[in-house]
Design a protein around this ligand. Structure first.
Ligand SMILES: *Cc1c(COP(=O)(O)O)cnc(C)c1O
Length: 399
């Protein structure tokens, strides 16, 4: 059996990582979600509806672009980008949000709920809720609400109810806790639409499968453009959904895969969010994975210039692919990501999300060292959300 069909196992384990550690009242609801997913993933009607949405609403397939100017500048490998920035709402997140919403609809649910950090997942889910005429409840820390005002405005325009979270650190971790609490009371009628390949089984598998389209398209497009497969494929890793999307298209090929984690301002604990590179085995939000821990063993504070990568854990499949060696995990720091943000904007006319800029930084570094090779990166999102922060903090770049 191929890798994707055989992984995870029936209990949601990718090797020793994953699983579902749930509060007892939620166990039957996650079982219901799992059973519904297994049913619909073989349903011709579900597959047809999802294809229709991707083509006529999201704007898929997104293209692969050859980055000629960057490739010429580096004088080494040829660099290509899968353009997930051209999805409706500007990132890959709508791939799984539309599918999760369609699943909720098939299950007879009337409401979608989720936590959000910087607001990107909240906006994508609110978009899906509007499309499917469902209610939407988004939990968001008060600190993030103050920092990410435009995304809060977007969610409200799209009709979502944004619930401010005012306890603890008032950020992403507390938003997850708050959303779980609220979900327990509404699990009959609502679906908790988790925003990456994280959380209890079946979400890491389901979200990967919903993002698989990225890798399938990219493989076919790259073959058509060049007559060959790429030598290297790279993506940034926060929770890990855009990376699993593109990796899953090449996982059974002889193609080197690279996950790029955010190294923030330094390798000291608290200055980065590189959970695979520096983490240890542990549990977070109901699943087993690699976790950045403080001295007491709790999830440590994390930092990166890209708030979408700011998570002290990572999807369990990435922990597994690290352990087996099928994927190589490396890092790019804030400075490299910012440099890549300016370079891609100036040289190719594409302003990337700061998250995606970590993958661009990897390509710039590796292209020089790999003449004659080809590198395909997943450009997970566009940078419109980041331009005010970047230019007010760092100016307009130097070259
Ligand atoms: C949310 C986000 C990410 C990080 O999420 P993954 O699950 O790691 O893909 C990366 N890029 C963009 C543009 C995002 O919005």
């Amino acid at each position: 059996m191929g890798y994707l069909k055989s992984t995870p196992d029936a209990n949601g384990f990718f090797g020793e990582y994953g699983g579902a550690e749930l509060p007892p009242p939620l166990v039957p609801h996650f079982r219901e979600i799992h059973e519904a997913y297994l049913r619909i993933s073989h349903s011709a009607e579900f597959i047809r509806d999802l294809r229709y949405i991707r083509k006529h609403y999201q704007g898929r397939p997104t293209p692969v672009s050859y980055l000629k100017n960057l490739s010429d500048d580096c004088g080494g490998a040829q660099i290509y980008a899968k353009r997930e920035d051209l999805n409706h709402t500007g990132a890959h997140k709508l791939n799984h949000c539309m599918a999760e919403a369609l699943l909720a609809k098939f299950m007879g649910k009337t409401k979608l709920m989720a936590e959000t950090g910087a607001g990107q997942h909240g906006v994508a889910l609110a978009t899906a809720a509007a499309y499917f005429d469902m209610e939407c409840e988004i939990h968001m820390g008060e600190i993030d609400i103050a920092k990410e005002a435009p995304n809060v405005t977007r969610m409200k325009l799209l009709g979502a109810n944004v619930v401010p979270v005012s306890f603890g650190g008032r950020s992403l971790k507390e938003a997850v806790d708050s959303c779980f609490q609220s979900y327990v009371a509404q699990a009959e009628t609502a679906l908790f639409a988790i925003g990456s390949v994280v959380g209890p089984h079946p979400f890491p598998m389901m979200v990967r499968d919903f993002q698989h389209v990225v890798g399938v398209e990219a493989r076919e497009q790259f073959l058509e453009m060049t007559g060959q497969l790429p030598d290297m494929v790279a993506a940034c890793v926060g929770g890990g959904s855009n990376a699993m999307g593109i990796f899953s298209g090449f996982i059974e090929d002889d193609v080197a895969l690279y996950g790029v984690e955010p190294l923030g301002t330094s390798s000291n604990l608290g200055d980065h969010a590189a959970s695979i590179t520096y983490g240890e085995d542990g549990d977070i939000h109901g699943f087993r994975t690699l976790v950045l821990k403080d001295a007491e063993g709790n999830p440590a504070p994390v930092h990166t210039v890209a708030s979408g990568l700011d998570y002290p854990g990572v999807g369990p499949e990435h922990a597994h692919l690290h352990k087996t060696g099928r994927v190589t995990y490396t890092t790019a720091d804030d400075k490299e990501a910012l440099d890549a943000f300016y370079r891609l904007s100036r040289r190719e006319g594409i302003i990337p999300a700061l998250e995606s800029a970590h993958a661009v930084a990897f390509a710039l570094r590796e292209a020089r060292a790999n003449p004659g090779k080809s590198i395909l990166i997943n450009l997970s999102g566009r940078g419109d959300k980041d331009i005010d922060f970047v230019t007010e903090t760092y100016g307009f770049g130097t070259d």
